[in-house]
Design a protein around this ligand. Sequence first.
Ligand code: FES
Ligand SMILES: [Fe+2]
Length: 396
Amino acid sequence: MEQKEQIRIIEGLLRHRDEGTNVDAGCQVRNPVSAYTSTEIAENEWQSFFGNYAHVLGLAGDLPGPKSFMTSTELGKPILCTRDEDGVFRAFLNVCRHRGTVVESESRGEKNQFNCPFHGWGYDHRGDLVTVPKERHFGPVDRSCHSLVPLPAEERFGLLWVHANPDSEMNLDAQLGALGAEFDSWHLDRFAYQGDVTFDHAMNWKLAIDTFGETYHFNTLHKNTLANDFYGNVQMYDTFERNHRMMLCLKNIDALREQDPATWNVLHGALPVYYIFPNVQLIIGGAGPTLVRVYPRGPDPHDSYSKISFYLDASLDPANVDPRYAEMYEDVTARMHGFADVIREEDYVVAASSHQGAISGAQEYITFGRNEPALHHYHNTYREALGMPPLQVISN
Ligand code: FES
Ligand SMILES: [Fe+2]
């Protein structure tokens, strides 16, 4: 992130702290409860957002070297992602061209070749069919038209992007706008994959995403956890096309008051939480990012799950860290998992409760406040993408 922008964010957060203000969307909006319960909306989202959109499936570090791979089923199709012998990122439908069996069933690793469990046809990292056992008995197979079906795939900004529709094209520059350059500035390709956790939740997938859309709740829901490290109800907020960036306010920010702004590191006073349309939160912690991906369980409006992946800056030497911020770099892995536990045990508990509220019929709409602009933008964005009218504005 450019130093000028880091200064603008830290100054903005300090101003909110000093003046007792917060970011202001300028109005409240009403979100119909049907956004979370409608089978028609859920079906449209599944087709448009998950079946026909470019998705982040990981960071560059998920495929650490040539011949590494990972598999995915989150977009409703079996997908095999590889890094070939030349280091090029590729993605394919993970479907054998003989009888259609899923070829690779392991979630990630390193292999010389991918062999189908049914009859043993083998594919290389470029998706080419290279082995057909007993071909003399089976009969000849034209290798040139039995490769794995490739999917549009790009490694950009240190992120791995895949489109689930083989006939589509990606335009990440249009999709991300100025966010691409900002992602580049974080050098996301330097982070090593540390592991992931998956949480199932009996609620609409958007309710899980909503929990990331404001810090208004920090001093109540997270009073014994995140509120120890963050000032609640204080944030900076910016949008980038369909995506957005929330800057959460760390209590460490007060140490920056004594420093020359030209030397400020925004990560010492703020936590960037990027929302990548339609379903990803990318959180840039001081020692490494956390990737939260939320998926509906197919077109079911009442069932979803989250996959949270952790990454670390392997080159980071805690001994060289400014002692004022040393705590941020200690026990990093435990902190990352602790953060995931907060999401599961606090945020997602109230979100699932809101889902029960939605199906109860108690009310026709819920309200997003002036201090929750991310929720305004996110819901209006997905509505616009589905051809729905914007949320009703409440003038006050
Ligand atoms: S289905 Fe894959 S080898 Fe037969
Ligand atoms: Fe929360």
